[in-house]
Write a protein that binds this ligand. Structure first.
Ligand SMILES: Cc1cc2nc3c(=O)[nH]c(=O)nc-3n(C[C@H](O)[C@H](O)[C@H](O)COP(=O)(O)O)c2cc1C
Length: 357
């Protein structure tokens, strides 16, 4: 069905379609047709269920950060069959999108080039919207530094700690996004000293709360293995629970065509699949008791299984959803059950990391 309406959707500007999808999602929830949608899209199987770091996931397929930046669809997205969702990136101060913030499709490569510079409603407004809600599936909250030219280094650490403290009670896990390529300074936390300071400050802030929730760090697929080593070592020493691998890439050499892309941008979709799988495998081999969320170029059950076998406990999708439609989640879950059976495995947990041992 989606394959038939896709040409029509793709004839519109991608930001417009994104805005419309958020509006439609909100309306569908209000119209109370969610039961019908649920009946069409949901799929349950014991083999897909996983308990990771104290969180129960009904299946391993989650929505990646960036789609529901403001947490407007938390009442609706479980109907589509997701096992969990990650909202954000959320920043301490709100930031409106401007005409430089664009989303562009490269259809022949099943890729997206985005220049969405962490625009969102800000931690306070989003907290107020979500504070009374009961979430049906685990909720990850992705936090990033406010993308203002004046919020750098120490101010950025305070800024992230503010959002962390504000949103902590709502989340099942928190992701710290140190890898957004379309911002003034977000990737500066890949520097050893800066990351050490940031994670120390967050661990200290976490002392304010009784319940110790998982904290994950989101990594760029463009990091070198040496830089990844540094991030993992600092993360381990600070008691970071896990990693989201990875974000979008700003390396145009992952594309087949000669791209005329300039400025700050992030590429997602098929071209980054292998890059992220390679980093997942490396991280899995080098971590004790790893919790990795695998993301980047997942369009099918086979792609998801590849990430899981490389070392991801659960996975996320974004660009695949744009190209394949919401039915993709159900297809991935059904396909995973088939692949587990083919390999004589009883659960997702048994498949995690088998290609990286
Ligand atoms: C339009 C767009 C906006 C995004 N915004 C965010 C964001 O705000 N925070 C974040 O951590 N990742 C963001 N991402 C990255 C995705 O969460 C994901 O890591 C990346 O797209 C790779 O997955 P994919 O190939 O399945 O899209 C964004 C991606 C896209 C395409």
């Amino acid at each position: 069905m989606y394959q038939f309406i896709r040409p029509l959707l793709f004839s519109y500007n991608a930001q417009e379609i994104h805005k419309k999808s958020i509006e439609v999602g909100k309306k569908l929830k209000r119209l109370r047709v969610s039961r019908i949608i649920k009946a069409v899209y949901n799929f349950q199987d014991k083999g897909l269920m996983a308990r990771v770091k104290g969180i129960d996931f009904r299946n391993p397929v989650g929505l990646a950060a960036g789609f529901d930046k403001n947490g407007e669809l938390t009442d609706f997205l479980d109907c589509l069959g997701f096992g969990f969702i990650e909202i954000g990136s959320i920043t301490a101060l709100p930031k409106k999108a401007d005409n430089k913030n664009t989303i562009e499709r490269i259809v022949e490569e099943k890729a997206i080039v985005n220049r969405m510079g962490l625009n969102n409603n800000g931690a306070d407004e989003i907290y107020d919207r979500l504070k009374e809600k009961n979430f049906k599936i685990p909720l990850g909250i992705n936090i990033a530094p406010t993308n203002y030219t004046t919020i750098l280094q120490d101010r950025a650490i305070k800024d992230i700690c503010y959002s962390f403290g504000r949103l902590y009670s709502l989340a099942d896990y928190i992701t710290i996004n140190i890898s957004c390529p379309n911002t003034e300074d977000a990737r500066s936390f890949e520097d050893k000293l800066a990351l050490d300071e940031l994670l120390s400050a967050l661990k200290e802030k976490q002392q304010d709360f009784k319940n110790k929730k998982p904290i994950l760090v989101k990594i760029s697929p463009d990091v070198s293995y040496q830089s990844l080593d540094n991030i993992l070592n600092i993360g381990e020493s600070k008691g970071i629970t896990g990693y989201v691998i990875g974000n979008t890439s700003s390396q145009t050499n992952c594309l087949k065509r000669d791209p005329l892309i300039s400025g700050k941008f992030g590429i997602s979709g098929k071209p980054i699949r292998e890059m992220s799988t390679g980093l997942i495998s490396y991280a899995y081999k080098n971590l004790n008791n790893p919790f990795i969320i695998g993301v980047g170029g997942i369009f099918s059950a086979e792609d998801a299984y590849e990430k899981i076998k490389a070392g991801a406990s659960i996975i996320q999708v974004y660009t695949g959803l744009i190209y394949e439609g919401p039915g993709m989640i159900n297809k991935i879950n059904k396909g995973l059950v088939r692949l587990l059976e083919r390999d004589g495995l009883g659960s997702i947990k048994e498949a995690v990391g088998i290609d990286s041992k």
